[in-house]
Ligand binder design. Structure first.
Ligand SMILES: [Zn+2]
Length: 385
């Protein structure tokens, strides 16, 4: 059985290699429609294009209207009724419109470049091809649901509920985000976004400073207290990264504000921070200190389900002839939402390359075939029993 699986898997890699020109054509088409998260018109133009492609590849598409951004898309393969394998991918990118003119899609020496190519349009193409091949010729493999959302780069506010819903029903979740130097991501930190607001009291800085309450003094003290909450050993970092306050130099500052970024590796740490932030009190009894915000994405901890999926993927990769490492990373993704509802998640199963959100963003074209074959065998291995 092992041997036959290995032979089949390697044959799949060869099939995909032979069709790499078609995969690259799809990648080019995906990259050449620019999709900045906050540009509804451009994002909405991507949806019919991707619908046509996914339909051609045997998927049943459902467009999910979204008033606050680009529409989302759900594509299904295989019979309904059985728990599906969930694929997650986002089609928005961090690149503003016009980036393509400056940095067009190119393939040179096996390296593809273009806005969003690594994060994560190559992942979208790999997911499509995996689903297409798994379900070619009416296969008995588990059904696949592919959620393609428009707002991952800005927090998935409008797609989160849909992702959680689909993740609850899924037998496993594969997130086609870029890999970490080829490694899949089996743990991700949670991300908290908070604001600290201080209200003091204005007074003339020369004639009656004693009647004022300096909000900047309060914010400075609060900032030190907030930074002291970090715990590098536990993987928790918390910083005030933006500050503003005051009105004019000769008036005691009545108002100050700080924006806080928090990262935590465990839910326990995220809760400790949240409790501590809400317990902060001003130094001056008449000052007012308000904390707003919370966890944007909960931590994705390496659960037994995640460890099991990784072991499975590692074994399949070995049969295909490559080593699949795992990594834990500080950034969040929609995998965090899926893991938080109890699903087994393998994140970063998408493209191999480098430079997400960076000028040197690129994808190694040669890895697309083996990464896609890996997913195909993974889905097949998850058949009932
Ligand atoms: Zn991404």
């Amino acid at each position: 059985m092992q041997n036959r699986a290995a032979v089949n898997g390697k044959a799949t890699v060869e099939v995909l290699r032979a069709r790499s020109t078609e995969m690259l054509d799809d990648l080019r088409a995906c990259v050449e429609i620019e999709t900045p998260s906050r540009d509804k018109a451009r994002c909405d133009a991507f949806v019919p294009f991707f619908t046509e492609l996914a339909t051609r590849y045997g998927g049943r598409c459902e467009r999910i209207a979204n008033r606050d951004g680009g529409d989302h898309l759900v594509v299904r393969w295989g019979k309904s009724g059985e728990a599906p394998v969930l694929f997650l991918g986002h089609y928005d990118t961090v690149w503003p419109a016009g980036t393509l003119a400056r940095k067009p899609f190119t393939v040179t020496d096996g390296v593809a470049r273009g806005p969003g190519v690594f994060d994560m349009k190559a992942g979208l193409v790999q997911a499509l091809w995996a689903a297409r091949l798994v379900h070619a010729n009416g296969s008995a493999a588990p059904p696949i649901t592919f959620v393609v959302n428009s707002d991952e780069e800005i927090g998935s506010v409008t797609s989160r509920a849909m992702i959680e819903d689909e993740a609850r029903k899924a037998r496993a979740v594969f997130v086609f985000e870029p890999s970490f130097h080829g490694a899949v991501k089996t743990a991700r930190k949670g991300v908290g976004i908070y604001t600290v607001e201080v209200e003091g009291r204005a007074a003339h800085a020369g004639s009656e400073p004693e009647n004022g309450i300096n909000a900047i003094d309060e914010l400075a003290r609060a900032t030190l207290a907030i930074h002291a909450l970090g715990n590098p050993k536990a993987g928790t970092s918390i910083y005030v990264d933006v500050v503003s306050g005051g009105t004019v130099r000769n008036t005691i500052a009545a108002h100050a504000r700080g924006e806080i970024d928090m990262r935590a590796a465990t839910n326990a740490e995220a809760k400790r921070i949240d409790d501590a932030l809400h317990a902060l009190r001003p130094h001056h009894p008449e000052a007012k200190l308000t904390i707003t915000g919370g966890l944007n994405r909960p931590p994705m901890e390496r659960s037994p389900k995640i460890a099991d999926l990784y072991a499975r993927a590692k074994a399949i990769a070995m049969q295909l002839g490559f080593a699949l490492e795992e990594a834990s990373v500080g950034g969040g993704s929609d995998g965090n939402f899926a893991a938080a509802v109890g699903a087994g998640v393998l994140d970063g199963i998408g493209a191999v390359g480098e430079g997400a959100h960076a000028e040197h963003e690129h994808v190694h074209v040669g890895a697309m075939a083996e990464r896609t074959a890996l997913v195909i065998d993974l889905v097949r291995s998850l058949a009932a029993g």
